[in-house]
Each structure stands twice: as C-alpha cells, then as structure tokens.
Design a protein around this ligand. Structure first.
Ligand code: ZN
Length: 188
C-alpha cells in the first residue's frame, strides 16, 4: 500500500539516518505533496506536536507543518505571528530563515524525533521567514516568539540538524546517556 493512503506515518527517531539527510527542494506542489502535507498534519496532531518536518516521516523534501498555539499576551506580536497563528495548522514549502536581529534567546526545546528529552537551545530571537504555502502563495514575514523558534527548529530538520546538535557541552552531557539509549533501541 502506498504510504500516501495512510492516515499517519511513523516518526523517525534519533539515530535513524532519514533524519540526517539534506532534504530536496520541492519543484512543484503536486497532489503527492498535498497528500503528504495532510498526512503530516494528522501525524503531528496525534503525537501532540507543534511542528513536524518531512524528513521526520522519512520523506526527504523541504516541507514542514506547524501547529503553534496562539499567545495569550497578544501585545507585541510580530507580523508573522499576527498573520500565521490564526491559520494554524499551516504548511510551509521550501521554507528559508534569516535572522533579523543579533539578539539570542534560550528556551527549552523538545522534538517528536527525540521523545521525552528536553534541553535549552539558543537561537536568534527574530527571523525573516520566506516560504510557499500549499496553494503556492509566497510568504515573507518576520517571526518572533514560539513561532520563530518552531520555524527555525523545522528548517534545521530539512538540513539534517537535530536540536541536541546545538547544545552547549554541559547541557549535552546531561542528556548524552538518554540519547545513547534512544540510538540503541530505536535508531538504525
Ligand atoms: Zn523536531
């Protein structure tokens, strides 16, 4: 049976090679890509995630889905948060990010591919996101807050990068044992 008939796909776990590939640009948003996006949204939601990138389900293409919750404190929302948070879940095709500030923020991150492990990751506080939506519309918006962090985390997946790669040595040593266990039991 084609994977595209499935409602959900298996999420690849830390140690699996699918997570380490650089994903390919999407040349055309065809029915296959649209179906993959739909199945990825189902997979993300049933796993209770805020984001999922195609390599996490074994598809090496530059697409991710996001389901970032709205902020209660709606005072200084970035343009990206204002336009995208009300539309969740969203699909980003060929997303690119560029920091728009030198300011860095450190916040706890987790990942569906690194289950039950959390650690503080440092990233630029604001980024310019450029991407296509599933209907081909061009997005070019500045994102801050959890949205900025989630987009950066998902674009890392498209480049074969996982959040533990970004940790300071002392934080890495705290989770090294758990990562080793994941690699042994689930990775291949
Ligand atoms: Zn992740």
């Amino acid at each position: 049976m084609s994977i595209f008939r499935k409602k959900r796909l298996r999420i690849r776990i830390y140690g699996e090679t699918a997570l380490r590939k650089t994903a390919a640009e999407i040349a055309e948003i065809d029915d296959k890509i649209k179906t993959l996006a739909e199945v990825m949204i189902n997979t993300m939601r049933s796993a209770d995630g805020v984001g999922l990138a195609a390599p996490q389900v074994g598809e090496s293409v530059r697409m991710c889905v996001l389901d970032v919750p709205s902020r209660r404190d709606a005072s200084a929302l970035s343009q990206g948060e204002m336009s995208l948070l009300p539309k969740m879940p969203i699909v980003l095709v060929n997303p690119e990010v560029l920091p728009t500030t030198k300011e860095l923020v450190t916040t706890e991150e987790g990942c569906l591919s690194v289950p039950k492990i959390y650690a503080p990751v440092t990233r630029p506080a604001r980024i310019m996101l450029t991407a296509r939506t599933l209907t081909g519309e061009l997005l070019h918006v500045e994102c801050a807050g959890l949205l900025s962090k989630a987009v950066q985390h998902e674009v890392d997946h498209l480049n074969g990068i996982l959040f533990p790669d970004k940790l300071e040595a002392d934080e890495m040593s705290k989770i090294a044992g758990e990562l080793k266990k994941l690699r042994k039991t689930r990775g291949r």
